[in-house]
Design a protein around this ligand. Structure first.
Ligand SMILES: [Cu+2]
Length: 294
């Protein structure tokens, strides 16, 4: 599979979580939409308007500036997160933090953009249906364009979740170290995202790896790629085994913390490498579709 790298050499790491910690009750407790089976499926969701901040003209202008597609001469290569050089990883961290600290728009640039995922119009259209992949592709591109306004060489890496799924202790993957995306056993205290704050009263960025949910396996990806029609891999018709949205939901829930809840998930920067991976799987799916047609 092209979206996957086979080498396991990336897992030589310093352990960031000393033994699997019990998941405690401080998990983000939300009345908003949780990823997974418990999520209501009515068109009226979400009920809360608290995520619906008014957009100023400066906000709209900035968000509009992110909606462009790279030129042919500016094709970007998204790498697996562990394949970034130290410099590339550092640049990515700097770009995320420059957006987070830029308050020339409402909230700050990172949070304003992350909040697009929460607004009811987007939320209702982006999830629980065949638009899931397409909506998130554009959202991912907007975040990548935003990052490139700060550091122009940055691309969003993809996190090949299946490599971690194959580990005995996926919570001790180097992904969850301060040099990468930060820890997974409560509040993130070290690294580029240490003590990041989220919006709407959700406080410190936090994660509770492995409490619930599950990581995506190579078999999951093979199952998805065994199908040839979008309806067979998306809601509402796809069986769970082939359903890319539901399989990705399990990863959100596995990470826990903000990632578990749709309206605040995009405040966690791991959201983007995860979606970069699902986007890569979708690209491969589409290329197979085209090949079959020819
Ligand atoms: Cu989403």
């Amino acid at each position: 599979m092209r979206c996957s790298i086979e080498s396991k050499s990336f897992f030589i790491h310093s352990s960031v979580v000393n033994g699997k910690k019990k998941i405690v009750a401080t998990e983000v407790n939300s009345t908003a939409s949780s990823f997974g089976n418990t999520r209501p499926k009515t068109a009226a969701e979400p009920k809360s308007g608290k995520f619906e901040i008014p957009l100023s003209s400066a906000d709209q202008e900035w968000l509009g500036s992110l909606l462009y597609h790279p030129n042919e001469s500016d094709i970007r290569l998204r790498k697996e997160y562990r394949q970034l050089s130290e410099k590339e990883r550092g640049d990515l961290n700097v770009a995320f933090n420059l957006l987070k600290n830029d308050t020339s728009v409402s909230l700050n640039k990172y949070d304003l953009l992350a909040n697009i995922h929460a607004r009811s119009s987007a939320n209702a259209n982006a999830h629980q249906g065949p638009n899931f992949m397409g909506w998130h592709r554009v959202f991912l591109l907007m975040m990548e364009n935003a990052l490139r306004q700060k550091v122009k060489t940055v691309t969003i890496p993809y996190w090949d979740v299946t490599l971690d799924e194959a580990m005995d202790k996926p919570y001790s993957s180097i992904i969850w170290s301060p040099d990468f995306i930060g820890s997974g056993d409560g509040v993130i205290k070290k690294g580029a995202f240490g003590h990041w704050q989220t919006q709407f009263g959700y406080g410190n960025l936090m994660r509770f790896l492995g409490g619930q949910g599950k990581l995506m396996s190579k078999e999951n990806v093979e199952d998805i790629l065994s199908k040839s029609r979008l309806g067979e891999i998306t809601n509402p018709a796809a069986e769970k085994k082939f359903n890319i949205e539901e399989i990705h939901n399990d990863v959100h829930v596995w990470i826990g913390g903000q990632m578990k809840t749709i309206e605040i998930a995009a405040f966690d920067p791991i959201f983007y490498p995860l979606h970069s991976f699902t986007d890569c799987i979708w690209t491969e799916f589409r290329e197979q579709q085209k090949a079959k047609r020819n």
